[in-house]
Design a protein around this ligand. Sequence first.
Ligand code: CU
Length: 320
Amino acid sequence: MAAARGKSVHTWWRWVRLGCAVAATLAWTAGCGWQSRAVHPGKNAAETAKPLNQRPVPMRVIRHGNHVELEMTAEETSIQIADGVWYHAWTFDGTVPGPVIWLRQGDEVTLRLHNADPHMAHAIDLHAALVAPNQAFVDVPPGQTRTLHFTAKLPGVFMYHCASQPMLQHIGNGMYGAVVVVPPGGPVPAYTLVQSEFYRNGDFTQMARGRPQYVVFNGRAFQYVQHPLPAKVGKPVYIAFVNAGPNEFAAFHVVGTVLRDVMPSGSPRTHLYDLQTYTVAPGDGALIRLVFDAPGMYPFVTHDMADMTQGAMGMFRVTP
Ligand SMILES: [Cu+2]
């Protein structure tokens, strides 16, 4: 039995090595040099003479009872998206994805967004906020700060992202993250996974055509193959999953088990039980309960094989 499991993992590792090779080849052959006529994208990394690499400024969180004050910073920072591959990213707080915003249902939130990027305006759109977007999700010019207020009325697993135009480019360059709103007595997820894509040199042509160079969990290809996520036999593990896109659908699947309980958008009002694979559209999320029956290594992937091969694969290491 142990030998059979060993063989299975060996097979998946061969997939990973093949995936890395294919991704490298695609990266090398990808084209560039096209500008959209429908929208006017900013310069991509290859066109910028001296890309900024601003120091990450961590999110500031101050909580008084159910009043939560958040301070976030839009900035340009270089990040590592695969082994030896750096990307000139547009970010919230210097990381991709941006920080997870943890809230309790009913929290009154004040969010100050400071735009430290000298090149362009940025904005923030939080799917957890039920507000008028033309009032709340407005552009913040370079060097300025804007404040928005919302109440976390609904529990769930939500996306946030930059709302400045062209949004495809701002999200494609790294401006997104997860908001997790936990209801009273609700489970707190052990892991947050954000699926997203990177396009070669931030090239807008490739973004518009939907041809990613890498598809990743939490900003870096295959990172959880190299550093598996721990879990225990028989102990439920809750995953807050967000698909930031900007283009690819996620087909979340865990090899060797089923998704025992899926709450679409993380809403506790809907439960789907014992699914083999669950589709998460760009801009959506889910709260997923897993239970592992035996110790071993369990790959988690998007079952879109092209996307998996480009980096959207990780491992759970399950112990007794
Ligand atoms: Cu932006």
